[in-house]
Design a protein around this ligand. Sequence first.
Ligand SMILES: [Fe+2]
Ligand SMILES: [Fe+2]
Length: 154
Amino acid sequence: MKTASDLLRQEHRQIETHLDGLRDALVSLPAPRVAEVRHHFQAIRTLAALHFRKEEEIFYPSVRGLDPELLAEMDEQHEESRQAERDLEALLAGLPEAPSERDLTELHRLGLMLDDIVQTHILAEEDRLLPWADRTLRVEEQHALAVRMDRLQS
Ligand SMILES: [Fe+2]
Ligand SMILES: [Fe+2]
């Protein structure tokens, strides 16, 4: 039976697939491939929205009391990710059919910033939060959390 930490790790791998695609489309020369940037960005938003809810509504509350400082840091990183998503969303919404050099530079900057923030957060969870949760939570608790997270749908 799957543990809550493994469920979260699996979802990180899915998000990373689209982060790779996003980076690839952003650094493409001579110009970013905008349609692909949009595609991967939407996929990241959809996956991250549900993933963050699973963490914020189910996983984080179950471990928060054990290390409030670490969890506060995770909350802050979620907020940073959401802010970076909003910034990129706003830019893409206003991007003209034929973007200027300046628009594309900004797209490149905001896209790579989102990538960096989300990667940093995934690493923080996998290096610090999840191994510690694996040691601290009982197996039955981990399973019960996984079942609740599985039931949560957007
Ligand atoms: Fe998270
Ligand atoms: Fe996560």
